[in-house]
Structures are given as structure tokens and as C-alpha cells.
Write a protein that binds this ligand. Structure first.
Ligand SMILES: NC(=O)c1ccc[n+]([C@@H]2O[C@H](COP(=O)([O-])OP(=O)(O)OC[C@H]3O[C@@H](n4cnc5c(N)ncnc54)[C@H](OP(=O)(O)O)[C@@H]3O)[C@@H](O)[C@H]2O)c1
Length: 274
């Protein structure tokens, strides 16, 4: 099958690679994309524009920043697309339902957990919806494991799962980085380091790892935190924790182009925005 991947970012290119490993032809749109995306997607079939791609593909998978997911679906549906549309983004169930309403019967809800799949058993694409099994079959034999969730209360269980999972992983990352910034702001960072060495011996190295791992992606995490906050609010649970996490990641957005920023650089960004 020819399957459009919108767009081949760090994760999108792994989804495209998995489709290619399974014998399909991944396609992408170069219009508006950065040199980085163009370089990553070089091995796949390029279309200059979205209308050209839509004329030729049999299915689409959306893998883009969470705050762009709804707009992406709108652009596609405005062009009259009628095939299968998998939204694999980290979005709130409410956002996924808005996309489902736009797309109609071809909608498949998705959520990806794990790093970009470069080896087996690291990364899972969760799917939910009437066409989920069919979409799962497109990845057979690839490095991306696919798990279909039953449609019980909701047809967007994959998005719900992704929100619950990332609420912890990214929420705790934001909390830990903000604790480091707080200690520095209050001039107790050395005392905190000494106390951690005794009572929480993993937190100093974890802080460094989290700073390096999240710094370059923080610009994208801001939108994801708002999706999680929305998910909490819709479940009548407090959304403020992840609203604050969004603010933490927003302050780190300038680290987008930096490779492997250290904890000191992250703290500097968090404190500079005061
Ligand atoms: N990376 C991971 O480890 C990971 C893990 C689990 C789930 N995911 C999910 O995968 C999705 C994408 O993540 P990623 O890591 O691939 O991000 P990424 O590396 O930042 O790539 C995002 C892609 O979307 C494009 N893009 C940027 N702004 C856009 C916009 N406003 N509208 C449409 N497309 C836009 C980018 O193109 P240009 O840069 O060329 O503009 C790029 O090709 C997210 O929903 C995320 O939650 C990622």
C-alpha cells in the first residue's frame, strides 16, 4: 500500500520505516517542511504538496506535534480525503473525538509509547477503532509493535492510554526540573544535593538525564501537557499540575536546537523567564 505519513519527524520517520519494512510504500509531503524533515524522509516517496499526495495514497498516518493534530486533520478533510486516517499523536480523548467527527468512518485512534523504534521491543503503537486490526496488519514484521485496544466506553482508548502514560513520565520530568530550579532560586542547591545524596541517591543523576533528554523536545511537550490537563479536567480531576508542567516546558522551548543540554542550561532557562 502507499501510505502517507504526516510528517516524518523523529517518530514519524520510524513509523514510515516500519511500514517500509513491512513491504509498504511510505509517502510524505515536502511543502513547508524543514531541512531536517527533508533529510530524514529522503528514502521515502516525496510529494510536493498535500493535494498531490492525497490523490495517490490509500491511507494516512498523522504523527506531528500534538497542538497541530486537529489542524492537520482539518487540512486533509477540507481536501475531500475519504480513506483511513490514523491519528497517532499525543492528544486528549476530547481532541481525538473532534478528529474522529471530522474524519468519519475511516478514523483510527492511535498513541505511541516508547522512543523512535530503532530496535525490537522498545516501542508500541496502540490503536483503537473499527479499522484498528486492519491498520495493525500494515506493520507486521516491522520493529514497531502494534497493540489494538478494545472499544469499550470510548473509541479513543489509545489516546486515553497515551495521556495517562505521559502524565507520569513527562509530568515527573517537569516536576524534577522545576525542583532543581527552585533550589537554585532559593540558594539551597548544594544543601539539597547533599540531602539527596543521603536520602534520594538517584535524583541528582536522574535530574541530569531528564534535562538532557527533555531539553530539545520541550517545545513540543508544552502542547502535550495542555492535552493532558484537558484530559484531567474532562475526567473531573485537577488539571493544574500539567498546566504548570506546560509552563515549565514552555520556558525550556529555546533549547529546541541544542543537542544534549545539561541541567545547568535547563535551570538557567527556567529561571531566566521569571
Ligand atoms: N519522539 C518520541 O520519542 C515520541 C514518542 C512517543 C510519541 N511521539 C509522538 O509523535 C508525534 C511527533 O513526535 P516527533 O518526535 O516525531 O516530533 P518531531 O521530531 O518534532 O517531528 C514533528 C514533525 O511534524 C512536523 N511539524 C512541525 N510543526 C508542525 C505543524 N505545526 N503542523 C504539522 N506538522 C508539523 C515537523 O516538520 P518540520 O520540523 O519540518 O517543520 C516534523 O516533521 C507527537 O505527537 C509525539 O507525542 C513521539
Amino acid at each position: 500500500m502507499r501510505i502517507g505519513v504526516l510528517h516524518p519527524g523523529e517518530m514519524g520517520v520510524c513509523v514510515a520505516q516500519a511500514l517500509a519494512e513491512a513491504g509498504h510504500q511510505p509517502c510524505w509531503v515536502s511543502q513547508g517542511r524543514s531541512p531536517m524533515t527533508r533529510r530524514r524522509a529522503g528514502a521515502f516517496q516525496e510529494f510536493k504538496s498535500l493535494p498531490e499526495l492525497l490523490n495517490d495514497v490509500q491511507a494516512l498516518i498523522s504523527v506531528c506535534p500534538p497542538d497541530a493534530a486537529l489542524k492537520m486533520a482539518q487540512s486533509v478533510m477540507l481536501l475531500g480525503y475519504r480513506g483511513i486516517y490514523v491519528d497517532a499523536n499525543a492528544i486528549a480523548p476530547a481532541t481525538a473525538l473532534q478528529i474522529a467527527a471530522l474524519v468519519g468512518g475511516g478514523f483510527v485512534d492511535g498513541g505511541i509509547i516508547g522512543p523512535p523504534a530503532r530496535r525490537a521491543d522498545t516501542t508500541r503503537l496502540y490503536l483503537c477503532g473499527p479499522e484498528a486490526e486492519q491498520v495493525a496488519s500494515w506493520f507486521e514484521g516491522s520493529l514497531l509493535a502494534v497493540i489494538c485496544l478494545p472499544e469499550r466506553e470510548t473509541q479513543v482508548a489509545a489516546s486515553a492510554l497515551k495521556m495517562a502514560y505521559a502524565a507520569y513520565t513527562k509530568g515527573t520530568a517537569a516536576l524534577l526540573l522545576s525542583v532543581n530550579a527552585l533550589a537554585q532560586a532559593l540558594d539551597v542547591e548544594h544543601a539539597l544535593a547533599a540531602e539527596w545524596a543521603q536520602s534520594q541517591p538517584n535524583l541528582a543523576s536522574l535530574s541530569q538525564q531528564v534535562a538532557t533528554g527533555t531539553g530539545p523536545k520541550a517545545w513540543r511537550f508544552e502542547g502535550e501537557m495542555y492535552e493532558i490537563a484537558q484530559t484531567y479536567a474532562d475526567a473531573d480531576l485537577p488539571p493544574q499540575f500539567h498546566q504548570a508542567a506546560a509552563e515549565v516546558f514552555s520556558r525550556m522551548a529555546t533549547l529546541k536546537e541544542r543537542s544534549a543540554p545539561d541541567l545547568a542550561s535547563v535551570i538557567q532557562q527556567l529561571l531566566a523567564a521569571r
